[in-house]
Design a protein around this ligand. Structure first.
Ligand SMILES: Cc1cc2nc3c(=O)[nH]c(=O)nc-3n(C[C@H](O)[C@H](O)[C@H](O)COP(=O)(O)O)c2cc1C
Ligand code: SF4
Length: 362
């Protein structure tokens, strides 16, 4: 980005935070907005930008109010605006609320939305780093990323590298959710085992219930089984087991959970949030929901599962943006790790754990 040509460049903070079960950015926006402002000024200085936008999820009313107040305070202190602290460098910030679409968290739709257009993802390349907001070089980063910057500049990269793993330094914020005794937000070093989060920090499932699995990374994440709990939570280790850290949401579920239900919630979410611009995702997400309903009602055979995987692979190959591609991870991991449960539904065995699909669209 620093090398991108052009006088006009932009820094965007992605505070859309639309991933289900994810609220880490909200707590930074509300609890320490000045850290984010400082991170954005430093990012702007590093890349040669003079203007930044904080794109905040519209429902985050308090975050928006706190961020706007913090920006006004920073201006009063001469930390934003023209000639910051007589350094010769100028940078200013503006808050823009989102309108509630999950896809607007994707960086190119976010840029479209900031430009006042419908939040549809752009075809890439070109990438925002050369052709972003108003066609100018633009860097888009997450709240947590930018909030890390002041501490790294203050204490040095070597200090940061003492935390986490050699290839994934630093800390990571996770949301511990679902069937754990102590749900909430935790910040741990990169590379901390999943087991530590579920059992040491989360206290494991309440009332002595047995763990059934964990959805790591939000709706676009991977379903893991109890035997996977020793995986380390860093980008490389997750990639090695064909999973992803995603948004950092860790949804723990015990044996009372129906996997067909769980996957159904995920697929309905994607169907609802598909922007409809491209056919594989628009049609594919709907087909997957309908096929899963057939599995639930026991009408069909194993061929349905094969067809679902085929549709997912097509979506992965042909979707225009990562939303359509990300269905592959929850689909693939649910079917590979919990296949027997899908087979039992297909065989028509009564599932005491099944709920009626809530808000199912027909
Ligand atoms: C459907 C979709 C939704 C996304 N939502 C968010 C979001 O809410 N917040 C976010 O920071 N990144 C989100 N992203 C990722 C962004 O496109 C982008 O990669 C990210 O803001 C880069 O920040 P980082 O490199 O600092 O993590 C989303 C991506 C997709 C495909
Ligand atoms: S993959 Fe889905 S969300 Fe992305 S552009 Fe296509 S229809 Fe829209």
């Amino acid at each position: 980005m620093a090398r991108a040509r052009g006088q006009e460049k932009y820094v965007i903070c992605n505070a859309d935070e639309g991933e289900p079960g994810t609220f880490k950015d909200r707590l930074i926006l509300e609890g320490d907005p000045h850290k984010l402002i400082e991170g954005m000024i430093l990012a702007g200085y590093a890349v040669g930008a003079h203007k930044g936008y904080v794109y905040i999820r519209g429902e985050y009313v308090l975050s928006i109010a706190r961020m706007e107040r913090a920006i006004a305070q920073a201006r009063e202190y001469g930390l934003l605006g023209e000639d910051i602290l007589e350094s010769g460098y100028s940078f200013d910030l503006e808050v823009r609320p989102g309108a509630g679409a999950y896809v607007c968290g994707e960086e190119t739709s976010l840029i479209e939305s900031l430009e006042g257009k419908r939040g549809w993802p752009r075809l890439r390349p070109p990438y925002p780093v050369t052709h972003g907001l108003w066609g100018k070089p633009t860097v888009v980063n997450n709240v947590e990323t930018l909030a890390n910057v002041p501490e790294i500049v203050l204490r040095g990269a070597d200090w940061f590298r003492t935390l986490g793993t050699s290839s994934c330094p630093g800390t990571k914020v996770f949301m511990l959710l679902g069937h754990v005794q102590f749900p909430g937000l935790v910040e741990v070093e990169m590379g901390t085992p999943l087991r530590t989060l579920v059992y040491e920090l989360g206290g494991g499932p309440p009332d002595g219930a047995r763990l059934k699995g964990v959805l790591v990374g939000g709706a676009a994440g991977a379903f893991l089984a109890p035997e996977d709990l020793d995986v380390r939570l860093d980008f490389d280790s997750m990639q090695e087991m064909a999973a992803a850290l995603g948004s950092g949401a860790i949804l723990v579920f015990d044996q009372s959970t129906c996997m067909v239900d769980m996957l159904g919630s995920v697929l309905r979410f994607f169907r609802h949030e598909s922007c409809g611009q491209c056919t594989p995702c628009r049609v594919g997400t709907d087909a997957l929901v309908r096929l899963l309903d057939a599995v639930r009602s026991g009408s069909g055979d194993e061929g349905i599962l094969e067809l679902m995987m085929e549709i997912t692979e097509t979506m992965n190959l042909a979707s225009l943006c990562p939303l359509g591609q990300s269905v592959a991870l929850p689909m693939g991991t649910a079917l590979s790790r919990f296949r027997e449960e899908f087979q039992r539904h297909l065989a028509g065995t009564d599932c005491p754990r099944c709920r009626q699909p809530e808000g199912a669209l027909t």
